[in-house]
Design a protein. Structure first.
Length: 367
């Protein structure tokens, strides 16, 4: 059996939903996009029921991104409260009790869709790129990021970050959302976003920007396609004293809760930052470190071999820094003394010792 749209504007056919009926017969289906409803004609001869599976790409009922109940009328009388329903990602199956004299069922949702193959979606790439470039040139307050949503259809979803509460966002076409996104002294900042198209047709593209850089992006043209993002926030504390997460070490050891990363964080907060000289050192160090560490951390996540190499390289540094745990630093002079000593020790391990070794090998080879 083939159903039909009853609106002249949507004079298209659709494949009937799967159903089972007891006590009668289904005579036909009609889909009315003006009222977002599916109308089922019946020849019901005895008490029974209709179990029908409604594909979400035919009719659905949602408030934002959450499912809501269909309104179901049997011969114009509401039966919503007496309906059993099974919900899956792709469809919703309802069981409707019937009597011998019933002639029609109306299932009212919030949206109906044509099952005719849509024309290919054309994404205005050049226009989107120009908008992104303009946004990258604009300033966003320190510690905040902006989610750019580009679409030609309805969409809904949610956004959350380490410094911003969970929020639901629903809209249509293009939109931007500003949200807090920055690290703290105890953890790296990160955010998550999930945006889904509410229609079969159209496109959806989302771009997250911070500090005049793109930190994440994704796009989809799939039917009811969704985009999921989970990324670290960009660093907004290049000139700060405390700094945020240990980006390179976190990427190397796999987690901000790794013992090595926690050791570095505690050493910084509980020892180095407790003196004026240590605070001054961290101010200058952060300006240098955060100029390249995000790129190094990203490459570690992309390249396992490089990640292991960084882990091996960091081991001597971590070993030398353990000396500060056993030092009793109570004055500026002690901080300067131990700090310079550790710096010289690392210069010796990373530069002097390899240079001496290379010279010794070359000398032996030349003999």
């Amino acid at each position: 059996m083939i159903g039909a749209f009853i609106s002249p504007t949507f004079a298209q056919q659709f494949k009937e939903p799967n159903y089972k009926i007891r006590g009668g017969d289904v005579l036909g289906f009609e889909l009315d996009p003006d009222t977002a409803s599916l109308i089922i004609s019946l020849d019901q001869r005895a008490r029974g029921e209709l179990t029908i599976t409604l594909p979400r790409n035919l009719i659905d009922a949602k408030i934002g991104s959450e499912d809501t109940d269909f309104i179901i009328l049997v011969d114009g009388i509401s039966k919503t409260g007496s309906i059993d329903e099974i919900i899956t990602f792709s469809d919703r199956t309802v069981t409707i009790p019937l009597r011998g004299y019933n002639t029609s069922i109306t299932i009212i949702g919030t949206q109906v869709f044509s099952q005719v193959t849509p024309a290919p979606t054309v994404i205005p790439q050049q226009q989107i790129e120009k908008k992104i470039e303009a946004e990258l040139r604009s300033e966003i307050p320190k510690g905040e990021a902006k989610l750019l949503i580009f679409s030609d259809t309805k969409w809904s979803g949610a956004l959350e970050s380490t410094s911003s509460d969970y929020i639901e966002i629903v809209g249509q076409n293009d939109r931007s959302v500003v949200f807090g996104c920055e690290p703290s002294l105890l953890r790296e900042g990160f955010f998550g976003a999930k945006i889904q198209k509410m229609t079969k047709d159209g496109y959806l593209k989302i771009v997250a920007i911070q500090n005049q850089k793109i930190i994440a992006q994704g796009s989809t043209e799939a039917q009811f396609g969704e985009i999921i993002m989970q990324e670290n926030c960009g660093s907004s504390f290049e000139t700060g004293t405390g700094g945020g997460g240990c980006l390179i070490a976190t990427a190397a050891f796999g987690s901000e809760m790794a013992p090595q990363v926690q050791f570095l964080r505690e050493l910084r907060d509980n020892t180095v930052l407790q003196t004026e000289s240590g605070t001054s050192f961290m101010t200058g160090f952060n300006q240098f470190y955060y100029s390249f560490s995000p790129a190094v951390a990203d490459y570690e996540r992309e390249n396992p071999a490089f990640k292991e190499a960084v882990k091996i390289t960091l081991t001597p540094l971590l070993t030398s820094l353990t000396l500060l745990q056993y030092a009793d630093i109570d004055s500026e002079s002690e901080m300067l003394g131990y700090g310079i000593g550790v710096i010289l020790l690392n210069i010796g391990m990373y530069f002097v010792a390899p240079a001496v070794l290379i010279m010794a090998v070359r000398k032996r080879i030349s003999k």
